[in-house]
Design a binder for this molecule. Structure first.
Ligand code: ATP
Ligand code: MG
Length: 244
């Protein structure tokens, strides 16, 4: 009998999400609905709460109040183990490139030939086959980031969160990362990503969330956002102005 697929994690309904710390409201009553299809890019100035929102969505940080609801089912499907996250600075084990992938796959229950095959396949997709047995931490920053991304994608997550995955990378490394993201999305992985690179946001952002001081100022299709943002702050932000 074919296995029934697990219930979808979408739509994601966020209701009145608040995160307070040290007397400050860092995530300020965010409500939104995210559908599965569009690649979602989160934009906003430094300190707007982008990374914090990503961590709240991924369940790394617990909200002070408010609700996150994945999918239509009650009780909600287990979300965390169907998600993966890639950070700005890759966090790799002090082992070879392939051992980093194998470790993640073992954690997901894979063993033997399927595990070895999947690890090798993802190293190849990330153009890292020649570094299979190299110590991961000796790879260049761009290669390390591709390895971190390949490790996340090798677990076939339903959702991939990325927090500025190409900050500090050159244009070629950036495009290689973007290509992997686009392929993963085409293969059914939902993408929710933070970037400061507006060119990248234009290339990848089918939906934009614009944050300012912990508030969701604007949510809308990428094309519309870049052509005619609804809020004055987003307009300033796109024009490169200082927004307070
Ligand atoms: N776990 C936490 N506890 C307390 N304060 C936090 C926590 N995480 C983030 N903050 C604070 O929340 C604010 C928003 O931080 P966040 O890292 O989300 O900003 P950001 O929009 O990602 O900025 P940047 O573009 O610089 O990465 C900052 O003032 C930060 O110091
Ligand atoms: Mg951040």
């Amino acid at each position: 009998m074919p296995e029934t697929p697990p219930p979808s994690l979408f739509p994601l309904r966020v209701r009145e999400l608040v995160f307070r710390a040290n007397g400050r409201c860092l995530i300020d009553h965010i409500s939104m609905v995210l559908e599965e299809g569009p690649r979602t890019l989160i934009l906003g100035p430094n300190g707007a709460g982008k990374s914090l929102l990503l961590r709240l969505l991924h369940g790394l940080v617990q909200p002070t109040s408010g609700e996150l609801r994945w999918g239509e089912c009650a009780p909600a499907p287990p979300a965390r183990d169907r998600q993966a996250m890639v950070f700005q600075r890759p966090i790799l084990l002090r082992r070879s490139a392939v051992a980093n992938l194998r470790h993640a796959l073992r954690h997901r229950g894979l063993r033997g030939a399927p595990l070895r095959c999947r690890a090798a396949g993802w190293l190849e997709r990330a153009e890292l086959s020649e570094y299979t047995h190299h110590p991961a931490r000796q790879l260049s920053v761009g290669e390390q980031q591709r390895l971190a991304l390949a490790r996340a994608l090798s677990c076939l997550p339903d959702i991939l969160f990325l927090d500025e995955p190409t900050a500090n990378l050159d244009p070629i490394s950036t495009l290689k990362i973007e290509r992997l993201i686009l392929q993963a999305h085409a293969e059914g992985t939902a993408i929710i990503m933070v970037t400061h690179d507006l060119g990248q946001a234009r290339r990848l952002g089918e939906q934009i969330l614009f944050l300012h001081r912990g508030r969701l100022e604007e949510q809308g299709p990428g094309k519309l956002f870049f052509k005619k943002p609804a809020s004055a702050r987003a307009h300033e932000f796109l024009a490169g102005g200082l927004i307070l």
